[in-house]
Design a protein around this ligand. Structure first.
Ligand code: NDP
Length: 286
């Protein structure tokens, strides 16, 4: 009888609620495409059970885990090591288990950066960014842009404390200069802006007609306009930006790219990006 290995390598996601998290679709498609006996498990973990869940992960010899709401901050106290950018972001969305140690990473902002770079014509070094939102997605994007050399970031947020906190992090821990803008009225996008990002949850399914309250007449054709919303990828916000002639980058690319980065962290292999993109696009279309 030939040598057989029936042992599966396990990764997955802990969240609560977690049932609607679609990451399994793209990860399993990637494992199948590469013929890997790996499984991505979508696991509901209530907040009180996170410590036990992490012990379970170690006991099962799992290779890592994604964290989603509400565990991204709480998980940090159970890890042996936290990557520098994740520490600045203040959240971990990917844990890598290696040689008996747990390392925390944050791939959200890196996925965003990769989407910007794929777009090709966007220069990040020295760029001027206008960022809508100061939540988890906004923090990860702002920190990665700052670490990649962005020159100036305006953080516009409805809630002052969250916005000011992010601006403080950027000014204290990176070379980038940041300013806070209270978002309590319709905002004009400054003329010298290179990159505009919607990092709020405005426009997420099912509220697909909602758009951020900005003056769309201030969007110029040479602006790169990005959205974090993956579902639907072609948001009303991006449609309005396209109507102004701007280049746009959607949140589906960011979601796939953060998965591509996580895949590499866990397996050490290059992820089949197109397979993952197709699987997730089909899922959202269906
Ligand atoms: P948070 O709850 O941490 O932050 C939400 C942000 O949106 C806050 O800044 C909040 O402002 C702002 N906001 C929400 N509603 C409004 C409104 N009506 N007017 C003005 N501001 C508003 O969420 P996350 O940052 O974790 O997620 C945000 C979005 O990013 C989600 O839709 C998620 O799907 C998406 N996302 C996409 C990823 C991808 O890979 N494409 C990865 C991660 C997230 P305030 O502080 O005032 O409440």
């Amino acid at each position: 009888m030939p040598n057989r290995n029936y042992k599966a390598e396990l990764v997955g996601v802990f969240g609560y609620p977690v049932a609607e998290n679609p990451t399994v679709v793209m990860m399993e498609a990637a494992f199948r495409a590469l013929g890997l006996n790996w499984r991505y498990l979508t696991i509901e973990v209530k907040p009180d059970n996170l410590a036990d869940a992490i012990r379970g992960l170690v006991a099962f010899g799992m290779r890592g885990i994604n964290l989603t709401i509400p565990h991204k901050i709480e998980v940090m106290k159970y890890l042996d090591e936290i990557a520098g950018d994740a520490r600045l972001i203040g959240a971990v969305n990917t844990v890598v288990a290696e040689n008996g140690r747990l390392r925390g990473e944050n791939t959200d902002g890196k996925g965003f950066l990769r989407s910007l770079k794929e777009q090709g014509s966007t220069r990040i070094a020295g760029s001027r960014v206008f960022l809508l939102g100061a939540g988890g997605a906004a923090r990860s994007i702002a920190v990665e842009l700052a670490l990649a050399g962005a020159g100036h970031i305006v953080v516009a947020n409805r809630t002052r404390t969250r916005g000011e906190d992010l601006v403080r992090t950027l000014n204290e821990a990176t070379q980038c200069h940041a300013d806070f803008l209270l978002w309590d009225r319709q905002l004009a996008i400054p003329e010298d802006t290179d990159i505009l990002v919607n990092a709020t949850s405005i426009g997420l399914f099912p509220d697909i007609e909602a758009v951020p309250d900005i003056d769309y007449r201030t969007i110029r054709p040479d602006l790169v306009v990005c959205d974090v919303i993956p579902n639907p990828p072609h948001t009303a916000f991006l449609k309005k930006a396209e109507a102004r002639g701007a280049k746009t980058i959607d949140g589906l690319g960011m979601l796939v790219n953060q998965g591509v980065i996580g895949f590499k962290l866990w397996t050490g292999l290059e992820a089949p990006r197109e397979v993952m993109m197709e699987a997730l696009s089909k899922e959202f279309a269906g």
